[in-house]
Design a binder for this molecule. Structure first.
Ligand code: ATP
Length: 457
């Protein structure tokens, strides 16, 4: 049976993956803090993404741009004018909702052209059934002020995506790296949107992280490059994130529902416990962004092909991934409940195990001395220290060994190493595999190599 969101939320809190933000002050509007394990998991997802989409390719360069940029960036991109959702308010309880979400819940497809959205009579307030106002545009940009005065001349915005900074740095990057098309600029960073309704845990928050790249191409190549990236994205989900591909839905956005500048967009959706919803997307954005920045900045952003001397504005394919949604998917995919044997006589008990792909697990190995006795610590502590040179290591010497195994299963540690009294004699330790629960005796001097082998396969 698929795991419920509540089960994941409570495991996350209990084990230290994700805590409610500002909890001792009663929280803050669906904000979340990644605890020790959540941080490690997120870092591993970001590293894997970076390795797959940037490091292992010859056609990608990195960027780490400012979160706050000149507001004209957002004027050019259209965010100041158009980055809004249509909001309706309940006339009775005054709760506010996105009309597209309410329509979607009733199976009505909202049109992209939001001007046309009307509230049908059967759509009422989901909280109190009250009547709703007609929709009005609500801009999602989060504002702040730079400097000591607070007025329109000092108003700036926290970026709602990272793409803008990649377009405005295109010319700089292309000239200093002497890149020829096609090439991409990649970035991972925090983004902010003043969402009307947040919720479903870390699925929709006002502060979140995006990993994305702008891939600059000759306009004639867009169809084949789009296909190439779709193939790579499938490989990412199948081989690196190792998700059940049946849980993904590849939603080709039809004509009339795409942004006006996009000739093709595919939303990659996931079957979450709260419904099939967007996980991330890939869009062909034509030369919309560079042409807008050229117009508003007055700078020439054209590219000249060194072989043909053709001068043109590059077109762009943009795959964009929400890190927090990928982390949520990693948690949902990893969760298993199994009956595990507790004795030779066939008795069993329920074990919860997070079967993360090994390279994503927060800790790669745990060192568990059988008891707190000094003589065992003399072996287990230096072993843990040696392992720390290669892996993230958890060290735990409290409670019974059975409970400690259960804890490591629940946080997804692929290998547990037990140091017992025999270890003092035979200089060996027991290595337990998270998924099979099989145990092997390995010589202490070979443990690092043994684990490195496991991680390389
Ligand atoms: P949605 O339709 O769910 O609001 P979107 O189409 O506005 O998403 P994009 O603008 O394409 O999203 O943003 C790129 C990616 O960033 C999304 O696919 C998603 O993974 C992530 N993302 C967007 N908004 C949020 C949010 N409020 N909280 C968490 N992740 C988000």
């Amino acid at each position: 049976m698929p795991v419920s969101l509540d089960t994941i939320v409570s495991l996350c809190k209990r084990r230290g993956f994700v805590f409610p933000g500002s909890e001792i002050y009663g929280g803050l509007a669906n904000s979340w803090d990644y605890g020790p394990l959540g941080h490690l998991l997120k870092q591993n997802i970001k590293n894997a993404w970076w390795k797959f989409f940037v490091q292992e390719r010859e056609d990608m360069v990195p960027l780490d741009a400012a979160i706050i940029m000149n507001p004209r960036v957002w004027e050019a991109s259209g965010h100041l004018e158009n980055f809004s959702d249509e909001l309706v308010e309940c006339k009775k309880c005054h709760h506010r909702f996105r009309i597209d979400h309410l329509l979607e819940a009733k199976g009505i497809t909202p049109k992209y052209d939001k001007e046309q959205v009307k509230v049908p009579a059967e759509v009422t307030c989901p909280d109190c059934d009250g009547k709703l106002t007609e929709p009005k545009a609500f801009n999602l940009m989060l504002k702040t002020f730079l400097g000591t005065t607070e007025d329109s001349s000092t108003t700036v915005y926290l970026r709602p995506e990272t793409a803008g900074s990649m377009f405005i740095n295109f010319k700089n990057i292309q000239s200093v790296t002497r890149r020829r098309l096609p090439f991409g600029i990649a970035q991972i960073g925090k983004c902010f949107r003043n969402e009307i309704t947040t919720g479903n845990f870390i699925f929709r928050t006002r502060e979140f992280e995006i990993a994305e790249f702008e891939y600059f191409i000759h306009p004639n190549d867009w169809e084949k490059v789009f296909e190439m990236w779709l193939g790579e994205i499938k490989r990412w989900w199948r081989d690196i994130m190792q998700v059940d591909m049946d849980n993904l839905v590849w939603h080709e956005i039809p004509d009339g529902e795409r942004a006006h500048y996009s000739k093709r967009t595919v939303d990659v959706e996931y079957k979450y416990p709260f419904g099939v919803k967007e996980l991330h997307g890939i869009a062909y954005r034509t030369d919309f962004d560079l042409s807008r920045h050229e117009k508003v900045s007055g700078q020439d952003l054209h590219y000249t092909d060194p072989e043909t001397n053709e001068k043109f504005l590059p077109h762009v394919i943009e795959p964009s991934f929400g890190i927090d949604r990928m982390l949520l998917v990693a948690l949902l995919e990893a969760y298993y409940e199994e009956d595990a044997p507790t004795s030779e006589e066939g008795e069993t008990e329920k074990r919860v195990v997070m079967k993360f792909p090994k390279h994503l697990a927060p800790y790669q190995v745990a060192v568990l001395p059988l008891s707190k006795k000094e003589e065992l610590a003399k072996v287990s502590k230096p072993l843990a220290q040696e392992l720390r040179q290669h892996f993230m290591v958890d060290y735990d010497e409290t409670q019974s060994i059975g409970k400690r195994y259960r804890r490591q299963d629940e946080i997804g540690t692929p290998y547990c190493i037990t140091v017992d009294f025999d270890s003092l004699e035979d200089k060996k330790v027991t290595v337990r595999d998270r998924d099979t629960m099989k145990q092997e005796r390995i010589a202490i001097k070979n443990v690092v190599e043994y684990l490195k082998d496991k991680y390389n396969n």
